[in-house]
Design a protein around this ligand. Structure first.
Ligand code: SF4
Length: 354
């Protein structure tokens, strides 16, 4: 059960607190070959610059494990080693300095092997993330809940957590994942109702950029609005940096994190005097990862434009020979169309004092 304020227990990953009322953190995962240290580090640094809080790296084999110390040495954000099947890779990653390990006890094998991972995690004082998915649930549990994936996943997670607790592990985080959005929502609701362990939430194999964003936003967003979820990952079959931008956008949209620039733009119509999609996309791309919390409005004409533009921190509304610029609700000046993007970026820089 959660504490009186509804908080889960807190764990610490490197310098980042997860759970216990800590800000919801954003995670992503590298998709480079871990053995390619240069590319992996390049991606980790890009993720960090984009605002990622925790990064996960797969350790699928001994060669990847051998690369881990060099990666860890040049990484500032918490690094979680993602392990399947081989407990020795988990133990090795812990000894190599990983800030956390993600295992699925269901595919690690015997209790004794999981015990080895638990012993190493306790010795190095790092958390274990228990990842549960349908593919690795014990046959006995599946037989107890025939056709009921939700109950089977929740019971599997509960069992794994109990086993680690019996082994003396205190710092445990749990992820229960399904590629089905509604199932993801339900399993996390059910688990959150019976456990105070911090939850990593996400929709697994969410899909390509377009569908993945929608499915993740519905799944993760619903849970966050119910107060469930301590750390998130928006899984996309795309550049992981986009996962981080998407995570920021989601947290900002839900008013969970007041950070980042929200670009609003009209859908355009026959009245549009400027190329709203192009201008909005250029501004959004240039300001992705920006820490300051601002609203920028890009509106196509003066029918609805000035109202929305005035309501934003920085707003533009298209007119026949350019745009009107509004700053903090006040009409400031007219600008030429070709100056719109640079002017908005200058205004944002002025806000940030840069
Ligand atoms: Fe159309 Fe103007 Fe509204 Fe944009 S702001 S949708 S251009 S009426």
């Amino acid at each position: 059960m959660k504490d009186k304020s509804g908080h889960t227990r807190r764990i610490i990953l490197g310098k980042v607190a997860v759970g216990g009322g800590a800000p919801v953190s954003i995670q992503s995962m590298t998709n480079t070959l871990t053995t390619d240290v240069t590319s992996t580090l390049y991606q980790i640094h890009a993720l960090e610059a984009a605002g990622c809080d925790i990064v996960r790296v797969s350790i699928p084999d001994m060669e990847s494990l051998e690369a881990l110390p060099a990666i860890k040495k040049d990484t500032k954000i918490p690094l979680v080693a993602d392990i399947h099947f081989d407990y020795r890779l988990a133990v090795g990653s812990i000894e190599a300095g990983a800030d956390g390990v993600r295992i699925n006890p269901g595919n690690i094998g015997s209790r004794q092997k999981v015990g080895e991972v638990a012993r190493a995690a306790i010795e190095h004082d790092i958390p274990i993330r228990v990842g549960v998915n349908l593919g690795s649930i014990r046959r006995g549990i599946l037989e107890r809940f025939p056709g009921d994936h939700v109950s089977a996943l929740v019971e599997s997670a509960r069992e794994h957590v109990e086993m680690l607790e019996d082994m003396g592990v205190e710092a445990i985080k749990v992820s229960l994942k399904s590629s089905d959005v509604l199932e993801t929502i339900e399993i996390n609701r059910r688990f959150a109702a019976i456990s105070d362990r911090p939850l990593h939430i996400g929709v697994t194999e969410a899909g390509t950029l377009f569908s993945g964003l929608i499915r993740s936003s519905v799944g993760i967003g619903t849970l966050l609005l119910e107060g469930i979820g301590d750390t998130i990952r928006i899984s996309l079959s795309d550049d992981p940096v986009k996962e981080v931008y998407a995570g920021q956008c989601l947290l900002e949209s839900l008013n969970i994190r007041k950070q980042g620039v929200r670009v609003i733009a009209c859908p355009t119509c026959a009245r549009a005097q400027i190329d709203v999609p192009k201008i909005a996309a250029e501004i959004e791309e240039a300001l992705a990862g920006e820490k300051i919390h601002l609203k920028v409005a890009v509106m196509g004409c003066i029918v609805n434009g000035p109202g929305e533009a005035r309501d934003a921190d920085i707003g533009i509304a298209g007119i026949s020979d350019g745009s009107q610029l509004f700053v903090h609700g006040k009409f400031t000046r007219r600008i030429k169309t070709e100056e719109v993007v640079s002017t908005v970026l200058d205004e944002v820089r002025r806000e940030t004092g840069r």
